[in-house]
Design a binder for this molecule. Structure first.
Ligand code: CP
Length: 307
C-alpha cells in the first residue's frame, strides 16, 4: 500500500509496488475516462523553484484528468521563499491547503526536508543533481512497454552522467533487476559521481563499464539513454562550451545500432539528438513524455489511496 507515502528517491518503493503502479498506469492508458473522477475534491500543489515543462505539466494534467484541482508556483521568486522563508515553513503552509505536493528545487535533499514538514504526501520532482524519481517511473514504464521486461538488458547511458539526476535515479532503480549491464558513455569530466559508482555500481556488484566512445558500444545496446549536458550545474561556462556537443546522435550513427534498440531521453534536448532521428521507429523519447503523465496519474491515485 502506497497510501500516505512520499516518493523522494527511486528505492522508496519496492519492485512489487512499482509493478502495481505500472499495471494501474496501463489500465488508465487503456480507459482514461474510467478514472476521470477518482480525485474529485483533492488538490495537488506544484512547487517548482526550477524551470520545468514535462514534470510540472504532466503532474498538473494528471491531477486534472483525475478530476482533482491544482495550485502552485513556478520560479524561485514566485513564493515567500523570495522573502527568505525556509522550505520547511513553506511546506508546513502548503500542507494546510493541499492533499499532495510535488517539489522541484535546485538543492540536493530539499525534497526530503519538504517531506518531513508537509504532513501530506510529497513527491520529489527533481532535487539538484541528485534524484528525479518520477522520471524514473516514466523510464521504467517505457522500458517495460517497449522491451517487455525490466531484466536482462544492456543499457547505455550517454552524455552528462555527472549532473544528470535522471541517470542517477534510473541506475539506482535498474540495479535491483537481474542481468542488467550498464555501459556508461561520457567524457572524463562528466563520469558518474562517486555516490553512484560506490553506493550503487560497486556497492551492489553491478556489471558496468565506463567508456568515452559511443560508436564502439552502440551495436551492443538494448537501450541508449541520451542526456543533455546540464549547463545550469556547471561552475564554468568555458567547460560547458567545450563539453556540450561531446555526443550527437544522428541518422548515420543510428545505422550502427541494433534494429530493436530503443533511444530514450528524459528531455529537454539541446543538440545531443538530431531531429532527423525523431522519425526513426526506435526513437521513444516522446513516447516517454506521454507515459510520464499516465504513470503520474497512477502515482497520485496510489499516494492518496484512491481505488
Ligand atoms: N524530464 C524532465 O524533467 O523535464 P522537465 O525539466 O521539462 O520537467
Amino acid at each position: 500500500m502506497l497510501k500516505g507515502k512520499n516518493l523522494i528517491e527511486p528505492l522508496d518503493f519496492t519492485t512489487e509496488e512499482l509493478e502495481k503502479l505500472f499495471v494501474l498506469s496501463n489500465k488508465i492508458m487503456d480507459k482514461p475516462l474510467d478514472f476521470s473522477e477518482c480525485c474529485k475534491g483533492d488538490i495537488l500543489a506544484t512547487l517548482f523553484y526550477e524551470p520545468s515543462t514535462r514534470t510540472r505539466f504532466s503532474f498538473e494534467t494528471a491531477m486534472l484528468r483525475l478530476g482533482g484541482q491544482v495550485i502552485g508556483f513556478s520560479g524561485e521568486n514566485a513564493s515567500s521563499a523570495a522573502k527568505g522563508e525556509s522550505i520547511a515553513d513553506t511546506l508546513k503552509a502548503i500542507g494546510c491547503y493541499a492533499d499532495i505536493a510535488v517539489i522541484r528545487h535546485p538543492k540536493e535533499g530539499s525534497a526530503l526536508v519538504a517531506s518531513k514538514n508537509a504532513g501530506i504526501p510529497v513527491i520529489n520532482g527533481g532535487d539538484g543533481g541528485h534524484q528525479h524519481p518520477t522520471q524514473t517511473l516514466t523510464d521504467l514504464l517505457t522500458i517495460k512497454r517497449e522491451k517487455g521486461r525490466l531484466a536482462n538488458l544492456r543499457v547505455g547511458f550517454c552524455g552528462d552522467l555527472l549532473f544528470g539526476r535522471t541517470v542517477h535515479s534510473l541506475i539506482r532503480a535498474l540495479s535491483r533487476y537481474e542481468g542488467i549491464e550498464f555501459i556508461l558513455i561520457s567524457p572524463e569530466e562528466l563520469k558518474v559521481p562517486e555516490f553512484v559508482r560506490n553506493d550503487i555500481l560497486r556497492g551492489k556488484d553491478c556489471k558496468y563499464c565506463e567508456v568515452t566512445d559511443m560508436l564502439d558500444v552502440l551495436p551492443q545496446l538494448d537501450i541508449l539513454y541520451m542526456t543533455r549536458v546540464q549547463r545550469e550545474r556547471f561552475f564554468n561556462e568555458e567547460d560547458y562550451i567545450r563539453l556540450k556537443d561531446s555526443y550527437i546522435l544522428d541518422e548515420e550513427k543510428m545505422l550502427l545500432a541494433p534494429k530493436d534498440m530503443i533511444v530514450m531521453h528524459p528531455l529537454p534536448r539541446v543538440n545531443e539528438i538530431s531531429v532527423e532521428v525523431d522519425t526513426d521507429p526506435r526513437a521513444k523519447y516522446f513516447v516517454q513524455v506521454k507515459n510520464g503523465m499516465y504513470v503520474r496519474m497512477a502515482l497520485i491515485m496510489s499516494l492518496l489511496g484512491k481505488k
